[in-house]
Design a binder for this molecule. Structure first.
Ligand code: ZN
Length: 302
């Protein structure tokens, strides 16, 4: 199965989420808007995909910086409504960066406004199709995914990628997330989509294989939560390095110190001095092929 013509997936890599553009004559829509440092590129790509139509609606599956970082620039250039998941509307109105996860992760997101809140169970008309809004708790317990029964297409956000899913952030804050992620995967299995458009990476059709590996991964993480914390630290560092292109070992230590100050679990799992831990983390980045090391400087290899 291939994507219908009116759905354009702008695949953006790991720093920016995919942007899914719907060529809807009544209400041109984009789902998720990428990371802030790519905002100009997001605007250009979305405009190109819209073929001269004005953008009327932004839908955010969740508000992580790599999914909502282009909201502000799109709002500035288009007269569009922005719909967000429930849970953080007040934090958005007040622009509370700690509740919005940007402070703990050390990530930037330009301030945007929201107009409407989507609710699980609600149906949205996008380009003449009904899209059901579903909870996709786990990676972020407020996250939503979008399901079109008629076409069998699921927009899965960071709940299911072709290979894995996003870090289970609630567990880092002492909240439940593993069970929620399991339930989200079960929901996806029940829907049995013909095609999944993930938050990162290309759309894929072998959904059974993706679900099988995701199911075994969530069990592996839940068996030993330290694995989730390790994974989160690696993902945060790789993200930061990808955004900054290079950072010093002292920058790594600062990031770890910041994360430890905000996230109880990080503090619990890594009682060692952030400076010592930064050296270990730097070596890991090199070993994983994410970075090359030149003295005290790490240079992104991605
Ligand atoms: Zn995310």
């Amino acid at each position: 199965m291939t994507l219908p013509d009116h759905i354009r997936v702008l695949e953006r890599g790991w720093l920016s989420s995919n942007n899914i553009v719907f060529l809807d004559p009544d209400c041109p829509t984009v789902v998720d808007t990428g990371y802030g440092t790519h905002a100009e590129q997001t605007l250009a790509l979305v405009n190109e995909a819209l073929q001269g139509q004005p953008l009327r609606r932004i839908l955010n599956t969740h508000l992580h910086s790599d999914h909502a970082g282009g909201n502000a620039i799109l709002q500035a250039h288009h007269d569009c409504e922005t719909w967000i998941p429930p849970g953080l509307q007040e934090a958005v109105t007040q622009w509370d960066e700690s509740r919005l996860s940007y402070a703990a992760t050390g990530q930037a997101c330009a301030r945007f406004r929201h107009d409407r809140v989507m609710q699980p169970g609600q149906t949205l008309d996008i380009a003449g199709d009904d899209w059901l809004v579903l909870s996709a708790a786990g990676h972020d317990n407020d996250m939503l995914m979008l399901w079109c029964e008629r076409s069998g297409i699921l927009i899965s956000a960071d709940a299911l990628w072709e290979n894995g899913f996003g870090v289970i952030f609630p567990e880092l804050m002492g909240e439940s997330g593993f069970a929620e992620q399991q339930a989200t995967l079960d929901t996806i299995a029940q829907l049995s989509p013909r095609l999944v458009i993930p938050g990162h990476g290309a759309p894929f059709t072998d959904v059974k294989a993706a679900l099988a590996s995701a199911h075994s991964r969530i069990r592996w993480l839940a068996d030993n939560p330290r694995r989730n914390t390790d994974n989160a630290i690696k993902a945060l560092l790789a993200f930061k390095l990808l955004a900054a292109r290079q950072m010093t070992v002292a920058d790594v230590a600062a990031l770890l110190r910041n994360a430890a100050a905000m996230l109880d679990v990080v503090r619990e799992h890594y009682p060692v001095d952030p400076d010592a831990m930064a050296q270990v983390a730097a070596e890991q980045m090199v070993k994983l092929g994410v970075a090359r090391r030149d003295g005290d400087v790490l240079i992104s290899q991605l």
